[in-house]
Design a protein around this ligand. Structure first.
Ligand code: ADP
Ligand code: MG
Length: 236
């Protein structure tokens, strides 16, 4: 469903992603773990087209999308919940969800159905649909960010650090939501610093270090890898 070949992304003279190759197959949950500054967000942005690829290739469903505009990639079935959630604080929950459906704005009924579907998935969002999003808790905002990404009915969902800044109990809820999405058959590429939880939910995983993949394997393999344990799993 997704294949990257030697992808490089730079910010001026800084090369943030230095030649990454990876793939995500249909129905898989794949995680990329890595420290702050490793290039995880940059990599996800290059997949949705928000950062230009300097070298290498991005294939979506076998189609070369390296230079395809972001909105067209949404049309191809890719959506992202960005790091820091990116919800519009001064708009209501419902309005934020509508924004996720901009690619379908000619079909109000489909949008309404999509909203109802997300309300079913995240009942707290339904209760708070007319509330300004800035008044939601961090966990609720994260659910809103995921629900908004799902409004375009993607086949591949990219999640950038959904656990960031959340309390442990809320992180559990977020990972439970990810498990349910996985159960529904959605293909997911999850970027996380919470390595233990991410590896626990993932079929396969990659370790990204300063712009390069240094390890890959099944989630279970990496959970038991001594290097991963030492660098990412700490004392847990
Ligand atoms: N907009 C930007 N301009 C310049 N440098 C950036 C920008 N965004 C990220 N970087 C740099 O690129 C590298 C990778 O960042 P990022 O992709 O955000 O890493 P991660 O998501 O793994 O924390 C870091 O060195 C960061 O400072
Ligand atoms: Mg990041």
């Amino acid at each position: 469903m997704l294949k990257l070949e030697s992808v490089k992304v730079s910010y001026g003279a800084i090369e943030a992603v230095k030649g990454v190759s990876l793939e995500v197959r249909k129905g898989e949950v794949v995680t990329i773990i890595g420290a702050n500054g490793a290039g995880k967000s940059t990599l996800l942005k290059s997949i949705v087209g928000l950062e230009p690829v300097k070298d290498g290739k991005v294939y979506i469903d076998g189609k070369d999308c390296t230079y395809v505009a972001p909105h067209k990639r949404v049309g191809l079935g890719v959506a992202m919940s960005p790091e820091g959630r990116g919800v519009f604080a001064d708009q209501t929950v419902r309005e934020n969800l509508m924004l996720g459906a901009y690619s379908r704005k000619s079909d109000p009924r489909a949008i309404e159905e999509a909203i109802e579907r997300e309300f079913k998935r995240f009942p707290r969002l339904k209760e708070r649909q007319h509330q300004l999003s800035g008044t939601l808790s961090g966990g609720e905002q994260q659910m809103l960010a995921i629900a908004r990404a799902l409004m375009s009915e993607p086949r591949l969902l990219l999640l950038d650090e959904p656990s960031l800044g959340l309390a442990p109990l809320i992180i559990k809820d977020i990972f439970e939501a990810i498990r349910q999405l996985r159960h529904s058959g959605l293909t997911i590429l999850l970027v996380e610093q919470m390595a233990k939880q991410a590896l626990g939910v993932a079929d396969r995983a990659y370790v990204l270090e300063t712009g390069l993949i240094t390890l890959e394997g099944s989630g279970k393999q990496l959970l038991n890898d001594p290097k991963v344990k030492a660098a990412y799993l700490g004392a847990h």
